[in-house]
Write a protein that binds this ligand. Structure first.
Ligand code: HEM
Ligand code: HEM
Length: 141
């Protein structure tokens, strides 16, 4: 039970790196006038999968902690960073859906979307480190 969350979140974070690499092409086209083919459909599909796993994994992690150790928050920084990721995921998802449903040339919304998601990914990478500490201290001991 305790291993499901870390494995899911690790896989989703790897996927997010790939989704960002697709978005990076668009970023350079949108803001630096470069040429490049943005894999729109792949970006949206894999981006949605990433966000859904992150959110489901977050809920599962909290459930697992409550079940095993009584109450949420015992993991300290890992818990706090997890809560910080929530608005980033929500903001990234909502702006992504809006831009996907109504395709047109935009300047600022893609930027807001990119910042939300890049921040989410940065925090997720920090979660790999803090999550590893949780595994070492609570599960391997
Ligand atoms: C971890 C997940 C994601 C990352 C890291 C990410 C990253 C990015 C980045 C960096 C851009 C370029 C922004 C710019 O040009 O300033 C972009 C564009 C875009 N993303 Fe995402 N994204 C993610 C998830 C999603 C999701 C879930 C959706 C849809 C539901 C989505 C839809 C789009 C669309 C439609 C664009 C093109 C916007 C435009 O140029 O008009 N993305 N994304
Ligand atoms: C990527 C590597 C990650 C690892 C190795 C990891 C590891 C862990 C572990 C071992 C737990 C204890 C519960 C359990 O095992 O099910 C946990 C709990 C938790 N994780 Fe993660 N995690 C990772 C990523 C994430 C991410 C990306 C988020 C947020 C989206 C997150 C949010 C949480 C939350 C909120 C808890 C409950 C903490 C508490 O109540 O104290 N984790 N994590």
């Amino acid at each position: 039970m305790l291993w499901i969350h870390p494995l899911l979140q690790f896989a989703a974070t790897g996927l997010a790196v790939y989704v960002l690499s697709l978005g990076w092409v668009r970023f350079q086209v949108n803001h630096f006038g470069k040429r490049g083919k943005f894999m729109w459909a792949d970006h949206v599909k894999l981006g949605k999968i990433t966000h859904i796993i992150w959110m489901a994994g977050l809920v599962l992690g909290q459930y697992a902690v409550t079940r095993e150790w009584g109450s949420n928050g015992v993991t300290g920084n890992h818990y706090i960073i997890g809560q910080m990721m929530m608005p980033c995921i929500a903001g990234g998802y909502i702006t992504g859906v809006i831009m996907d449903r109504d395709k047109k040339k935009r300047r600022y919304m893609p930027l807001v979307h990119g910042v939300f998601n890049a921040l989410a990914l940065l925090l997720a990478l920090a979660q790999v480190a803090t999550g590893w500490l949780v595994i070492r201290e609570f599960m391997l001991n």
